[in-house]
Design a protein around this ligand. Structure first.
Ligand code: DUC
Ligand code: ZN
Ligand code: ZN
Length: 462
């Protein structure tokens, strides 16, 4: 099967050039001056007036994540289909080691969830919830299987939490095995004290979620994570950074030459803490951790994205339905399952950010495609359009618009955090490994097309 994508402007993190993209089978074979290379194609995709961009790489999703007595509402089948609708063709999801279980069991469980169900390609990170001699030993084999990053939580005592000693030991081991340590940086022990005090004082509404998860407790944990990584002599990637004070810690570490990286997510760029105070229980739709921050943090996050102190935008896609899931926390905000949907909306929101003057076109692709691919060992197979790359390509129409709504989105969740918002630009055609999976509003993909990606170690460290 040969495909020619013609008439568009190919936009990568490096270039912006009028060109045809020639695809043979699952692979890009040439990016050529328009019409310059005779290429008999079975399918011609017209990209006139459009950007031709690499498929999005979302390096932070939680399909079917167990949390607070329920599960994130997107499965690999529904979540990866929604990703394709939104122009994302690769996800890296978090396989979970539960307490008392091995890494092997956690990884096998995630393979079982994903295999045969994913519409686009996927990789895994491994969440360590039980750092002990056995799991530390297992890390090497896990890296050998292409799961080259490990997440630990400084938050959620009693659930996913690791203490500083466990984190240090795992960081040392990650350093030895070539793994990248990812940290959820919030001081969960201090947060739990504030939660208890808030509830005792009758402050039970969703908005108190934002108050108890103080920005300084994100900054303190970020500082501590950096110090532990320096002591371990290992690199660090801080997930879902949302606070100015935490960003300053990352900027300072990078200035000193520490291998510290960080991502933020669209919800911290486009939404603020006021959403948590919506009347009734509506604020629960916006409960995620780290929490949404006051609007004044946003300008600093945009600046961090331009200066590279923030190098990736991923989603932390972890949806819970408003009815039947978020309402577990009526009368006690601490029981609201933490997380928001986002895998379908990221590429469009970031395109809007280009038009709003926050980012350049190339930086859009760098943050959403190229850098996450490099950070997690997938480049240049993913994250760019070049001879030899997987033909994961999106034809993106900048003149169209997208209106975000639960009535029209494809994520398996009953609300949109951006309900009614219109952003400039729309995904028109999506190819995943050479196959057209979406074209002008028609879904052509299928569960099982997506394959597991064995990742290399982080490509910023060698
Ligand atoms: N934060 C969330 O909002 N959801 C899942 C886990 C996390 O760390
Ligand atoms: Zn987290
Ligand atoms: Zn997460």
């Amino acid at each position: 099967m040969r495909t020619r994508i013609e008439g568009g402007a190919v936009l990568t993190a490096a270039d912006q050039v009028a060109a045809d993209v020639l695809v043979d089978g699952e692979t890009v074979v040439a990016v050529a001056a328009p019409g310059a290379v005779p290429f008999e194609a079975d399918t011609v995709v017209d990209a006139t007036g459009c950007w031709v961009i690499p498929g999005g790489v979302d390096a932070h999703t939680h399909m079917e994540m167990p949390f607070g007595g329920t599960y994130a509402s997107d499965t690999f089948e529904t979540g990866t289909r929604a990703a394709a609708w939104g122009g994302t063709t690769t996800i890296v999801d978090f396989a979970i080691q539960s307490r008392g279980s091995s890494l092997r069991e956690g990884l096998d469980a995630w393979h079982a969830k994903a295999e045969g169900n994913a519409a686009i390609d996927y990789g895994f990170h491994m969440i360590l919830s039980d750092v002990n001699d056995q799991s530390l030993k297992e890390m090497e084999a896990v890296v050998g299987e292409g799961v080259t990053s490990f997440k630990m939580f400084m938050a959620y005592p009693g659930v996913f939490y690791s203490d500083d000693g466990q984190i240090l030991r795992a960081m040392q081991r990650a350093g030895e095995t070539g793994g990248l340590t990812m940290i959820h940086a919030e001081n969960g022990i201090a947060i739990d004290v504030l939660v208890e005090q808030a509830l005792a004082a009758g402050r039970t509404d969703p908005r108190y979620h934002g108050e108890v998860r103080h920005a300084l407790l994100e900054a303190e944990a970020t500082h501590r994570a950096i110090a532990l990584a320096r002591v371990a002599g290992a690199p660090l990637y801080v997930v879902h950074l949302s606070a100015t004070e935490a960003l300053a810690e990352i900027a300072n570490a990078r200035e000193m030459g520490v291998n510290a990286f960080a991502e933020t997510c669209p919800q911290y760029l486009f939404l603020d803490v006021d959403e948590l105070a919506r009347p009734g229980f509506e604020g629960a739709k916006f409960v995620c951790s780290t929490p949404l921050r006051p609007a004044e943090h946003q300008a600093n996050l945009w600046r961090g994205l331009r200066s590279d102190d923030l190098s990736v935008v991923s989603t932390d896609h972890c949806p819970f339905c408003f009815t039947g899931q978020k309402d577990l926390g009526v009368g006690d905000f601490s029981k609201i399952p933490n997380g928001m949907p986002g895998v379908e909306t990221r590429m469009n929101l970031l395109h809007q950010a280009v038009l709003d003057g926050h980012l350049s076109h190339r930086r859009w692709i760098e943050l959403a495609c190229a850098t996450p691919a490099r950070m997690f060992g997938l480049y240049p197979r993913k994250g760019t359009i070049a001879p030899g790359s997987d033909a994961d390509v999106v034809v993106y129409d900048p003149a169209a618009t997208t209106t975000h709504s639960a009535a029209t989105h494809h994520m398996n969740v009953d609300y949109s955090p951006y309900e009614g918002r219109t952003t400039a630009g729309a995904v028109r055609t999506v190819l995943s490994r050479g196959r057209v999976v979406l074209d002008r509003g028609e879904y052509l993909g299928e569960p099982g097309h997506g394959r597991f990606l064995r990742r290399e170690p982080c490509q910023y460290l060698r």
